[in-house]
Design a protein. Structure first.
Length: 322
């Protein structure tokens, strides 16, 4: 079995048309057909149903497609790793939850000041996707609430972030110094897309229940804080976010801290404990310096850990403060 056969099969499975697949691979149609037939003979199974006007995957072909894509992805990552090893400029692949939060951007600016030669590639992804990318090597380090980390992922608490509510500037909450959690019972509450922010959604729901009510949830979903702020500005709902969300990204909205109980959202750095990149330690060191300078781990005395987190610091199960 050859890699080109896998690539030809994957392309054909995506196009389901020999002519288009051959054009994508820059080969003649007959050569593509021969290679796929050869692959089927070597496997001893039929991967495709063919007719004059129709191509479709068999059940065996659909199962083989999943594995073939993974093999090709691994080969691509191996090439990337080999090229990086001889590259003159070190690289770091960093996961961020959402560009609207300021923790990781500040950490990376601090890192670049100390290590200007490092090339940083930022990937916007929810925590579950960051876990997948950390485990398969597509990310070096990420950030999120480390409440359900896989065993292979290490974490380090860097910030205890007061949780609050985002509202329009003319909302009744806007004039308050703090918003009691119980007051959210009368509001439509926007949650994030579950694949993007399951930890934040879980925290908000647990917080409401701890105040004696189940939240009235807005039916729509969003995949970014920018889109959430747009809905808030339209008076469709309110949205609970940590204080590190930059309200300057959406003029006309205002953030107010939640009280009774005041609650902390724990941000942690995340990385695969077998990742050999020396720059992971540099990111952790940059986060430690910022935490000391900005008091990220010194919340107000009246602020309590997030529901389900250990007092006095709302850390993940494997976290220690930087």
């Amino acid at each position: 079995m050859e890699l080109r056969q896998l690539r030809y099969f994957v392309t054909l499975a995506e196009e389901l048309h020999f002519g288009r697949a051959a054009a994508r691979e820059h080969i003649v149609q007959s050569a593509l057909s021969q290679q796929v037939q050869r692959l089927e003979r070597e496997l001893g199974v039929r991967l495709l149903d063919r007719s004059t006007h129709h191509v479709d995957l068999t059940s065996a072909g659909a199962a083989f497609l999943v594995e073939a894509r993974q093999i090709l992805d691994h080969v691509d990552r191996a090439k990337h790793a080999a090229r990086n090893a001889v590259s003159s400029a070190p690289t770091l692949r960093v996961g961020i939850i959402d560009a609207g939060y300021d923790s990781m951007p500040q950490i990376l600016r601090e890192l670049q000041r100390a290590h200007p030669d490092v090339t940083i590639h930022q990937v916007e992804a929810g925590t579950p996707e960051q876990y997948r990318r950390l485990l398969d090597g597509r990310l070096d380090i990420g950030i999120g609430r480390a409440s359900q980390t896989p065993a292979e992922v290490a974490s380090k608490l860097i910030r205890l972030d007061p949780l609050g509510v985002l509202v329009p500037e003319d909302h009744r909450f806007a004039g308050m110094d703090g918003v009691p959690v119980a007051a959210l019972a009368d509001e439509l509450l926007l949650l994030g897309e579950e694949e993007q922010t399951p930890e934040l959604n879980q925290l908000v729901i647990e917080l409401c229940r701890s105040a004696g009510f189940s939240p009235r949830v807005y039916e729509g979903t969003v995949e970014s804080t920018r889109a959430a702020a747009d809905l808030v500005l339209q008076h469709r709902c309110v949205h609970c976010v940590p204080s590190s969300f930059r309200t300057s990204n959406r003029p006309g909205t205002i953030w107010r801290p939640l009280t009774e109980p005041a609650t902390l959202y724990p941000w942690s750095l995340l990385w695969h404990d077998a990742n050999p990149s020396p720059h992971i330690a540099d990111v952790i060191d940059s986060a430690r310096q910022l935490a000391e300078q900005l008091g990220w781990l010194r919340p107000a005395r009246s602020t309590e850990p997030a529901p389900g987190e250990d007092a006095p610091a709302a850390t993940s199960h494997s976290d220690e403060p930087v």
